[in-house]
Design a protein around this ligand. Sequence first.
Ligand code: HEM
Length: 416
Amino acid sequence: MNAPVNLNHAEIAATTPLDKLDVSDPALFRDDVWHPYFARLRREAPVHYCRESMFGPYWSITTYKDIVQAELLHKVFSSESSLGGISIRDRPKDLRLPMFIAMDPPQHDEQRKAVQPIVAPGNLAKLEHLIRERACRILDSLPRNETFNWVDRVSIELTVQMLATLFDFPQEDRRKLSYWSDCATALPMPGGLIENEQQREAVFAEMLQYFLGLWNARVNAEPGNDLISMLAHAPATRHMSPREFMGNLVLLIVGGNDTTRNSISGGVLFLNQNPEEYAKLRADPALVESMVPEIIRYQTPIAHMRRTAIADVEFGGQTIREGDKVVMWYISGNRDETAIEEPDRFIIDRKRPRQHLSFGFGIHRCVGNRLAEMQLKILWEEILKRFERIEMVGPEKRVYSTFIHGITELPVRIPG
Ligand code: HEM
């Protein structure tokens, strides 16, 4: 089945003058109509300049090969938070948060090293048992023959339980983590979760206060096996300023939360949209192994990463100037037919399912990729042991965001 293309949008995408094409409008993602716009950019202007958008002027990089190339040019395309960081939307200059995803080497490399042990093979093996136990408990508590929101009951619940474990954060307060994560990524708007940046700062201050309690309890104790202990004891992070601690908390909370959550939801959605793939999976549950990376590709939970040019550079036949904003659209690279066969199809037994850009590439490539895959794999193994089908009974609702490509509601029913 091909990706849904609203005819009207296909026409708009085809007829808008190229220099007026703006793929950053969050409505394109909320309404799931982004496909034809990116297809045209890949075809006609793979490195494209948009002069005017709600986020100001920006370059788009849309093909698989060019995105890989741009990621490798980290000496020219900077992630520095003071220059604007890693998302197309600039926060006000005085509110930009330092965090290692928004740093360049050498500081980035040193801080990344501090949390790397969380995903060491030995630690992942320990977590596996815990994740399975929790997944089983969550799945066993689901109602039968009754409509419920899969996102809330399963996707959010499993991810925040896991995240609380990674931080050794009190499980009874785990929903604070998803609240903080949602506040960190929400577009400020009247009536929205976050109405303005001041309100967001207040939520971050509350988050910092909570975590300072955990930090103080651990900084003078024996190093534990959780992210806060790791940050409190590693040479590169133990003297962080409170604002840097805040930034790295936002990184780890959002990094471990929205992404996995939306892949869990995406899996249910794609199997419902592709009943023949669902039948294949039921006939051969071992296909979970290749289905998981395919879900992550097809969902692309982080639609883009942004960089800022720190020198003039020739790239893809264009001249990108120092100070320009450069957006690498993973969501487009993952649908690039020159890199991935039949990219608009969801195929659970692809030969090379890990050929995708959802985890980025190069020095910032996702720290948690194996952990995320493990969570999804265990969840689907346990789902297949229990339920014949998870039926969608209404349309999904999507996040209004250019950055987080996500699903907020997925009404489902489990026949039983
Ligand atoms: C970085 C995606 C799960 C922690 C990233 C990046 C992407 C990404 C696109 C930036 C890559 C780049 O700039 O080249 C995802 C997706 C996930 C996921 C799609 C799930 C399906 C996780 C989990 C964690 C995590 C479970 C664990 C806590 C991080 C961290 C970074 C990162 C710390 C920063 C790495 C750096 O700057 O060196 N992730 N992520 N992510 N992710 Fe993930």
